[in-house]
Design a protein around this ligand. Structure first.
Ligand code: 2AM
Length: 190
């Protein structure tokens, strides 16, 4: 199975993000239901490794935390434009800590370490090399029109192991396991 670890987004947040999915010809917009924040892409693994990953992820202990989204940016540009995404307001130490724990867990389960730097983001659109070229002025106009984007803070009280099945007209993501984060102590509970 093809797996990845991500933060699911509450429906109202997916709706707020979905409102930015307009006005860029050539963009393959991610369906609102599929919007998520990837912590670790795993890829194809067999059932045994998937079970090891699940047990290592289940050992992660960390308090719930919040994150806000405050910017739009792209991976690549011009002919090499690959993705349009919404970025997490930084610094967000708890989110980086969770990502580091997830990375450690999957390496403990036998995966090779991830060498790419973690850029916490939610992908809104992807672009194909051949027919997805967006003129630079169109992208600039889109980014400046939407520069006001501010969403959150969003409360994250769990993270999720997803499986992904690729289809010609999009991916189907299925939550395979949820890992709760600890509830922060309320005032007076100390
Ligand atoms: P992205 O949002 O930056 O595109 C599920 O496919 C998730 O895993 C996507 O959100 C994607 O991140 C991420 N991912 C990272 N590397 C990937 C790869 N090589 N192939 C597919 N998805 C990848």
């Amino acid at each position: 199975m093809r797996l990845f670890v991500a933060l699911s987004l509450p429906e109202p947040v997916r709706e707020q993000l979905g409102a930015f999915e307009d006005g860029l010809p050539g963009a393959r917009w991610v369906p609102e239901d599929n919007l998520h924040l990837t912590l670790r892409f795993i890829g194809e693994v067999d059932g045994g490794v998937a079970r090891d990953i699940d047990s290592c992820l289940a050992e992660i202990a960390m308090p719930a935390f919040e994150a806000s989204f405050d910017r739009l940016d792209t991976f690549g540009d011009g002919r090499n434009l690959r993705a349009l995404w919404v970025g997490v307001a930084s610094p967000n130490e708890p989110l980086l800590r969770l990502q580091a724990k997830v990375e450690k867990a999957v390496v403990r389960a036998g995966l090779a370490p991830e060498s790419r730097k973690f850029t916490p983001h939610v992908t809104l659109a992807r672009f194909s090399r051949n027919n997805g070229r967006v003129p630079a002025d169109k992208m600039q106009a889109y980014l400046s029109q939407n520069a006001r984007l501010r969403i959150g803070p969003v409360q994250f009280d769990r993270f999720t192991l997803f499986s992904s099945v690729l289809h010609r007209d999009g991916s189907i993501y299925t939550p395979e396991a949820d890992y709760p984060l600890e509830r922060p102590l309320a005032v007076g509970q100390l």
